[in-house]
Design a protein around this ligand. Structure first.
Ligand code: CTP
Length: 409
């Protein structure tokens, strides 16, 4: 790393068994030319002592809003102003709730509220706490507020249970934190993402749809945005709030999605086709509600346009990433689909392991073969998928219309 780029991080530690891993993170950050200052909540001190962090960083640990040895007696302001970013690791469920509400009842939460720098949180908690709708609501809120959420990962937990909620390992956190400071890899680039299901009308009230939640597509849109891209998110009906900063185009049917994509795809560098687009649509939707009768009802369906294949076939097409949700023969079907659609990269998952969930386990297929990614939160998976796509884009031979990307330094 360049000598000139010394960064300063305020490492906030909240109450959780993963607090002991924060010591390793502090060391790893320092080894990577990052100056670390530590602030702990009272609960965190029950899991690991302040002396550890004081020794590691050579600076007193900030604990108390009233006595932090700060000349102007405003430690929350001073702590945030001297940091390039605040990293909360581990971030307990309680602390996430405080951040979501903007509470400020101790030094660390007050500092976060008073910050003028990016905030990054690494949640760590029992899987039921993570899955609890209250926590999920809070995480959604934090994302919408522009707070970066790293993890959690799935695996064995300190409580003896297994599931989502483990804090990411210090090496993974280090990499994500450093990449936060890295140059934005999609600055000045245009990305179009499709997400969610489509709804194909049968009559004025009924229709054909599917169980896609849109979470994966929205997570990818957020990642592309974080990499500096101008992002258009074309979305079928979902219950999600679009990431702040995207150009949001809500659509209903596959035909509307096609029209919205065609209207925005010109000049795009990257097309992420995450939507679960209906393959068939009723040929003659009824303009009034169909009445019940004793007769069998037959609805004629006609194929929709394959939006992804159509974009991939454009002259000077953007780099296209497809998704394949399969219920069996994952690798074989995904590779066949990739070739059929004429795209360089497809992300495959088993429907039974992905739809509606907050985590996902996928395998990327490209010309070089299969690249399985570990099960993780969809935001984490989205970051890995985008990195893979950027790697392929950067190594692509120059194309008349696709400008080669610069590798991130
Ligand atoms: N897709 C699309 N337009 C369609 C259908 C699919 O853009 N009308 C895109 C999806 O966004 C996804 C990829 O194509 O990126 C794979 O979609 P999928 O429905 O799984 O593949 P199909 O080719 O429809 O094959 P099948 O349904 O038989 O599995």
């Amino acid at each position: 790393m360049e000598e000139t780029a010394k960064r300063r991080i305020l490492l906030g530690i909240t109450g959780g068994i993963a607090a002991y891993k924060a010591a390793e993170l502090a060391r790893a950050l320092q080894k990577n030319n990052v100056e670390v200052r530590v602030a702990m909540t009272e609960a965190a001190t029950h899991f690991v002592g302040t002396a550890t962090f004081q020794a590691l960083t050579g600076r007193p640990v900030a604990l108390d809003a009233w006595d932090a040895g700060v000349p102007n007696a405003m430690p929350h302001i001073e702590l945030s102003r001297e940091a390039d970013a605040i990293v909360i690791a581990p971030a307990s469920a309680d602390f996430l709730a405080k951040l979501a509400l903007g509470l400020a009842d101790d030094l660390l939460s007050t500092t976060c509220l008073a910050r003028n720098c990016p905030l990054i949180v690494a949640p760590a908690m029992n899987r039921e706490m993570w899955d609890n709708p209250a926590t999920q609501r809070n995480v959604e809120r934090l994302r919408a507020d522009g707070i970066a959420i790293l993890g959690p990962a799935a695996g064995d937990q300190a409580c003896g249970e297994t599931g989502m909620g483990r804090m990411l390992e210090p090496e993974a956190l280090l990499e994500a934190i450093l990449s936060h400071f890295a140059p934005r890899r999609l600055a000045g680039r245009k990305v179009v993402v499709t997400a969610g299901p489509t709804f194909e009308a049968i009559d004025t009230v009924r229709g054909i749809t599917n169980r896609s939640s849109g979470k994966m597509g929205y997570a990818l849109a957020a990642e592309a945005l974080a990499e500096g891209a101008a992002v258009t998110l074309v979305s079928g009906p979902t219950a999600l709030a679009p990431p702040a900063g995207v150009i949001f185009v809500p659509v209903t049917s596959a035909a509307e999605m096609l029209a919205a994509v065609e209207a925005s795809i010109g000049e795009a560098d990257l097309f992420l086709s995450v939507a679960a687009v209906a393959d068939y649509t009723p040929a003659r939707p009824s303009a009034r509600k169909i009445k019940k009768s004793d007769e069998a009802l037959r609805i004629d369906l006609e194929p929709t346009v394959d939006i992804l294949a159509r974009v991939a076939a454009r002259p000077g097409a953007p780099f296209c990433v497809g998704f394949a949700a399969e219920s069996e023969n994952l690798a074989e079907y995904a590779q066949a689909k990739r070739k059929r659609k004429g795209i360089p990269m497809i992300v495959a998952n088993l429907v039974q392991q992905a739809i509606g969930r907050d985590d996902n386990e996928v395998v990327i297929h490209d010309d070089a073969g299969a690249h399985p990614l570990p099960r993780a939160a969809k935001a984490q998976v989205a970051a890995a998928i985008l990195s893979h796509a950027l790697g392929l884009m950067a190594s692509r031979p120059p194309h008349a219309a696709v400008r080669p990307l610069q590798q991130a330094s």
